[in-house]
Design a protein around this ligand. Structure first.
Ligand code: COA
Length: 332
């Protein structure tokens, strides 16, 4: 099987930083509660910037890091749950702005597991499509636009930003495991559109939307404790299954990059996996949960810090709304 090689990674975090103390001015919370219950201290928030614009900055950074030309890119996969428009897609806008004339673009919506799904998709296109050798995966998220800043149980968790990577044919195959438990779809969601058009009676619209009530308006609804329970089971399960396909044990991994949603979820999942904590990369303190952008931002930081060494086996694992989960083992 044709493998994939990581050529480079990039990131963009918007300059506005909101710390835990700032939240005490808008909701009934404390730095102590947020730190202890989530591990988050600060997060970057976009100030009206378009999602595609953050993605473009991360993409340019990744292309520079990969030392390629935008014309070398055959495919752009954008993974986001916070696209600016119903159409056109984020990948199409970025393709145009990059002048990546040889690339076609696809957006995928796989919530916080989006990057792992994007990587899996890239490896399969590279393996089976002669036209695709080099892929840009870009994960820009403006998830705070869906956050209700009067709801203390969700607003403290999220930040904005973008991560991107360039992969190309070569090296070891990517081993991945992807999973969905759609019975949990009602545990975490945000409506895209208003409940009714100009001809619809609002009571009728409410009745039609019983399954996913729109009481939060355009804002996110989340059952935090239930998502937590799902995450601590799904993350080790996905990582174990991806490692099994790679013919290794989780403890053989050189590095693990988990989705950065809550430090307690990461700690519990890693303990259940039986992996040395030292091998786990965590940046949640500074970024909070930036959905699909978490893992590529971590990759970019690891490259910048000189911590990614050729031949290392890196495990990446994500979970999120859907409910969705997935893990991949990449040899860098
Ligand atoms: N500050 C202070 N108190 C808060 C708070 C905050 N920011 N947020 C919630 N609380 C309160 C609750 O109101 C509740 O109070 P009560 O006991 O008086 O009702 C108490 O803390 C415990 O709430 P609970 O929801 O049980 O807390 P928790 O320990 O489960 O932590 C989350 C809440 C959201 C941090 C946690 O459930 C979580 O991280 N879930 C997963 C979410 C996630 O990862 N989502 C993204 C998926 S990609």
């Amino acid at each position: 099987m044709i493998g994939i090689k990581l050529l480079g990674a990039g990131m963009y975090l918007p300059p506005k930083i909101v710390d835990n103390e700032d939240f005490t001015k808008i909701v009934d919370t404390s730095d102590e509660w947020i730190t202890k219950r989530t591990g988050i201290k600060r997060r970057h928030l976009s100030e009206g910037e378009y999602t595609w614009s953050m993605g473009l900055k991360a993409a340019k950074n990744a292309i520079e890091n990969a030392k390629i030309n935008p014309l070398d890119i055959d495919m752009i996969i954008a993974t986001t749950v916070s696209a600016d428009f119903a159409f056109p897609s984020v990948s199409n806008i970025i393709q145009g702005k990059l002048e990546a004339k040889n690339a076609f673009g696809i957006d995928i919506s796989c919530a916080c597991a989006g990057f792992v799904y994007g990587l899996d998709m890239a490896s399969r296109y590279i393996a089976t499509n002669d036209d695709v050798k080099t892929v840009l995966i870009v994960s820009p998220e403006n998830v705070t636009k869906t956050v209700d800043y009067s709801d203390r149980s969700t607003c403290v968790l999220f930040g904005d930003g973008a991560g991107a990577v360039v992969v190309t044919a070569g090296g070891e195959p990517l081993y991945s495991y992807l999973g969905t438990d759609g019975t949990g779809a009602e545990l975490l969601y945000a409506h895209l559109y208003p409940a009714s058009n100009g001809f619809t009676d609002s009571e009728k619209a409410k009745e039609n939307q019983k399954a996913f009530p729109n009481e939060t308006g355009r804002y996110m609804y989340m059952d935090g404790p239930e998502v937590y329970k799902f995450a601590i089971k799904a993350m080790p399960e996905a990582m174990e299954k991806a490692c099994k396909k790679a013919g290794i044990k989780p403890s053989d991994l050189d590095l693990i990059i988990p989705h950065q949603a809550n430090i307690r979820i990461i700690d519990t999942a890693i303990k259940n996996l039986g992996v040395d904590k030292e091998k786990v990369y965590v940046n949640i303190k500074e970024t909070g949960n930036i959905s699909a952008a978490c893992i590529p931002v971590c990759l970019s930081q690891l490259i910048e810090q000189g911590k990614l060494k050729p031949g290392q086996k890196v495990g990446m694992v994500g979970f999120g709304a859907g409910l969705i989960y997935g893990a991949a083992v990449l040899t860098v």
